[in-house]
Write a protein of this length. Structure first.
Length: 84
């Protein structure tokens, strides 16, 4: 099942746990906040990126580690939000 990461950058506080647990998808940048690598802006400071099933655990770990819950992981086939 393909997955999608939805990231609300406007709520990011730059804790860096997403980058530590999922460096393939997240990185802290010059302004101290995280960017979703190769993500596409979907409006209002929200970014999205599709990832393969094999990246599920890393994406979920990043989402669960975020202290302000600005990372969602969604199953694109069913529309089910896997986290939060």
């Amino acid at each position: 099942m393909p997955l999608k990461i939805v990231y609300d950058r406007t709520g990011c506080i730059g804790a860096g746990t997403c980058e530590a647990l999922d460096p393939e998808d997240f990185e802290l940048v010059e302004d101290g906040l995280a960017d979703l690598k190769e993500g596409e802006e979907s409006g209002n400071g929200t970014w999205e990126k599709e990832i393969p099933e094999e990246r599920k655990e890393e994406a979920l770990d990043a989402a669960k580690s975020c202290p302000v819950n600005v990372i969602k992981v969604i199953d694109t086939e069913s529309g089910e939000q896997l986290y939060p």
